[in-house]
Design a binder for this molecule. Structure first.
Ligand code: AMP
Ligand code: ZN
Length: 493
């Protein structure tokens, strides 16, 4: 169904700073590129939040009937430490520390990334290209940028000439930075002396003899710059100008700014019509980030095996928690927030399970069509998932009212309510129908609680052999008891 013909979608465009009516380049089709992970360590929940924001966006665009080509890359080379043009390649460093091949690092963490995303019910992108699979395209792009006079070669490396580019173009238009201010604020770092100006960035770096990840090029053995892969792959799969480019807010500068500069320098065109930036996940008021160690991994949250949260949370509760704030707001991950989301999610699921049992009336006292449009309006307003969820709770309230007899719905309206709830909850927000696993895990908790009680009784009777036996045998099947000041809790490994 081509729902997009009857729904007016607005997207906040980071380039213009405004919510704009969305119009794709080719009617009915959308090209969307999202910067993927650098696969040098396990993904943390911050990474997951950004990808989940775009998963929900992808799901809604598909629901509207668009044919979406969603490209999300894997960065498996070229991303140096500090995100600048100095330091060791993140993947090579991990390989050196673990004494394995760089491609083993890539494989290990790509598999981890996919496992997590599968568990959390992500839809796979249409194409998932890698930087190392597109070295030839990147070399071609550099050649064009050199030919057009916007890059220069020094000692086997190639740098983008930001100052030259800015004479005819606007470097900083996405991040709203001025080159003059950048010049003022940049300190010259050691090892950057090959560059004409510190603001220039690497398109190709010469590989020192010890650098393992290297490819031959017209300028000698080396490896591509980090910003270049996204330009090469987005252009290859989505065209010189495409509809939507997304990523985390932290990528706006320099990464996305450099992508724009590379496209304009090579092809004379701005690459993207709508730039979208997802905001950061924080914990204790501080951005979740590998470098500060302020992280929690999805598996730790799913198993409850961490010292930050009181219990384990299901994939649906994690998704629901994230959808309860707008993708453009900062979100703080807290146990209280997750507990509240769990309650909310259970409330929705209970309402849905009651729906088939409701009795229809000959007339309706609620306008379900209006309510359904309010759900669309929320998503059409720059994918406003918290407002959508407020409307879903309104739908759950109708179910309770019909059940109690304080409201009436016809057969058709009951069906419309049911279909809309299913669409938004499962197809668009991507929550799972995990009532069964839910009740399964409730039964498991109940059974373990019985054993915990027996163990306490055994201890009270000084039967330590029995209490240890209960603890050890549970541990053997992966259920670990933790004695704390507020009693005994357990985690499932
Ligand atoms: P990286 O693997 O570091 O290149 O990051 C992969 C993606 O995760 C990028 O789009 C980042 O913007 C995003 N990201 C990193 N940290 C966070 C965070 N704390 N909250 C939301 N997104 C994040
Ligand atoms: Zn990118």
């Amino acid at each position: 169904m081509q729902l997009y013909k009857s729904q007016e979608l607005k997207i906040y465009n980071s380039l213009t700073g405004e919510k704009e009516i969305f119009k794709p380049i080719n009617e009915g089709h959308i090209g969307m590129y999202v910067c993927g992970p650098t696969v040098y360590s396990n993904v943390h929940l911050g990474n997951v939040r950004t990808f989940m924001s775009f998963d929900v966006i992808f799901r809604y665009l598909k629901h509207l009937g668009y044919k979406v080509r969603y490209v999300r890359n894997i960065t498996d080379a070229g991303h140096l430490e500090n995100d600048a043009d100095v330091g060791e390649d993140k993947i090579t460093k991990k390989a050196r520390l673990e004494q394995i091949e760089p491609m083993e690092v890539v494989q290990r963490y790509t598999v981890d990334f996919h496992n997590i995303l599968n568990t959390l019910n992500f839809l796979p992108p249409s194409i998932e290209p890698t930087a190392t699979g597109h070295i030839i395209e990147q070399i071609e792009l550099i050649n064009t940028i050199i030919e057009n006079g916007f890059a220069y070669v020094v000692n086997g490396s190639v740098y983008f000439d930001v100052h030259k580019f800015n004479e005819t173009n606007n470097y900083g238009k996405l991040s709203k930075r001025k080159l003059d201010d950048l010049i003022h604020n940049t300190r010259e770092l050691d090892g950057q002396s090959d560059k004409k100006n510190p603001q220039d960035f690497a398109l190709w770096k010469k590989a020192e003899p010890q650098h393992i990840m290297r490819w031959p090029s017209p300028w000698g053995d080396g490896f591509p710059g980090w910003h270049l892969e996204c330009t090469a792959m987005s252009t290859k799969y989505l065209g010189e100008t495409f509809d939507i480019h997304g990523g985390g807010m932290d990528l706006k500068f320099p990464h996305h700014e450099c992508e724009i500069a590379q496209n304009e320098a090579a092809l004379g065109k701005s690459p993207v019509n709508y730039w979208m930036h997802a905001n950061m996940l924080e914990m204790n008021g501080q951005r979740m980030s590998k470098s500060t160690g302020n992280i929690i991994n999805p598996n730790e949250l799913l198993s409850g095996n961490n010292d930050k949260m009181s219990k384990a949370y299901s994939p649906s509760v994690i998704r629901f928690f994230m959808a309860q704030s707008s993708y453009r707001s900062v979100l703080d991950l807290t146990d209280a927030g997750l507990l509240a989301s769990e309650k909310g999610y259970n409330r929705l699921m209970e309402a849905i399970s009651m729906l088939p049992k409701l009795k229809a009336s000959s007339t309706s006292s609620i306008n379900i069509g209006n309510w359904q449009q309010k759900c669309y309006d929320a998503m059409n307003d720059d994918f406003n998932t918290p407002i959508l969820i407020a409307n879903l709770f309104e739908g759950a309230k109708y179910i309770n009212q019909v059940k109690e007899g304080s409201a009436k719905l016809t057969v058709d309206d009951l069906e419309l309510l049911q279909n809309s709830l299913n669409t938004f909850i499962f197809d668009v927000l991507g929550l799972l129908k995990d009532e069964e696993t839910q009740s399964g895990s409730d039964k498991l908790s109940g059974a373990v609680d019985v054993l915990i009680k027996l163990r306490h009784e055994a201890r009270a009777n000084k039967d330590f052999a029995l209490s240890d036996k209960i603890r050890d045998e549970l541990a053997e099947v992966g259920i670990v008891l933790k004695d704390g000041k507020d009693g005994t809790t357990f985690t499932v490994n």
